[in-house]
Design a protein around this ligand. Structure first.
Ligand SMILES: [Zn+2]
Length: 179
């Protein structure tokens, strides 16, 4: 993998670059997305609720890499209230169901990174990663080849996820129901 592509595909680096362009103070793309519902398609926001949102990672580790975040700009689990904690885990469950239906992965990684030393690209705004996995997918980025294909591939997948999620119905305000 040449250096250019490696840089292009390092999610922590791209999130950092994105954060520099953010409109919210020091920069937070999640807050930018939260404040601009009219750009949900452009930002590839899959679902939103009053206190949380689900979006595609623009620089995915694998196809279908989603992020779930509370709407409030909070860094730590301790800072979330009980409703927010419940919601982000209900949305994680629902997003996993959605990916299972649309992409039929063979496994998932789900987790959070706290602090840059732990790989957090945006340490100021907590978010849960859902990364679908397939046998032999460790070379996903190399297999995908031409990086210019990626935005179109992400848009196509976004359309599929949105269509499938509307089949399920959006999560109810209380977070109890979903896909
Ligand atoms: Zn934020």
């Amino acid at each position: 993998m040449d250096e250019f592509r490696q840089n292009l595909w390092s999610p922590w680096r791209m999130e950092f670059i994105e954060s520099l362009a953010g409109r919210n103070g020091p920069g937070c793309f999640i807050c930018d997305y939260r404040d601009d519902p009219s750009s949900d398609v452009q930002n590839r926001v899959v679902w939103r609720a009053d206190d949380s949102l689900v979006m595609m990672n623009r620089f995915p580790y694998t196809n279908g890499h989603l992020l779930i975040a509370p709407a409030r700009h909070l860094a730590e689990l301790d800072e979330l209230n009980d409703d927010e904690l419940r919601r982000i885990w209900f949305l994680t469950r629902d997003a996993k169901r959605l990916l299972a239906k649309v992409l039929e992965p063979q496994g998932f990684n789900i987790g959070l990174n706290f602090g840059r030393c732990a790989g957090a690209g945006l340490p100021g705004h907590l978010h849960i990663h859902i990364v679908p996995r397939w046998n032999g997918d460790t070379n996903f980025m190399a297999v995908l080849g031409d990086v210019r294909m990626i935005p179109q591939a992400l848009d196509a997948l976004y359309d599929r996820l949105r269509r499938a999620s509307s089949d399920f119905g959006s999560p109810a305000p209380d977070g109890e129901t979903g896909p």
